[in-house]
Design a protein around this ligand. Sequence first.
Ligand code: FES
Length: 199
Amino acid sequence: MSEKQMLEEKNKNEATPDALAVSRRWLLLGIGACFNAVVGVVVAVPVIRYLLSPAKPDDAYRSWVSLGPIDSFPIGETRLAKFQNPVGRAWDGETDHVACWVRRNAASEFQVFAVNCAHLGCPVRWFPQSQLFMCPCHGGAYYADGSRASGPPERGLFTYDTKIVAGDLQINAGQMPTLANTARLVQIQTPDGGPPCAG
Ligand code: FES
């Protein structure tokens, strides 16, 4: 073997461990990059869906659901009704059934109130004797038309949009009533002619 061949053979033998180290490094880098990409996708998908959701609302958010025939709600009375949450999931169980208060003011005039107090969300109850909705948590009270009567709530009960279709009372239940849509703020004139207060 010539001196040149011996030198090449020596270089080849010396290079092999380095080559192995480099390829192992690239392999680990590749695995790390793949792992980071998977984690990035897992984190990014829900964030992107959340950011885009206002631009493309789910059809369920525009759902009108039935509360039953209008004849099941006597004129001048307030009744508890329940409906299935249109944006619920299979595993929601009993929480999928949402309660609301239905008041029939006239033959085709309804008010449907969210059951949650406008203060901190406790479920309010209707007391026909006093014609008031009462909140058990901090003593909030509302008049029959949902406007604020007393206590810590700063506004009346939240209401759902309603419509009557073929004798059926329906509410726009896809969106929970909030300040952004159907919150009510009624100005009540005080008897002594003072400044109006929020009802
Ligand atoms: S939650 Fe109803 S008064 Fe506070």
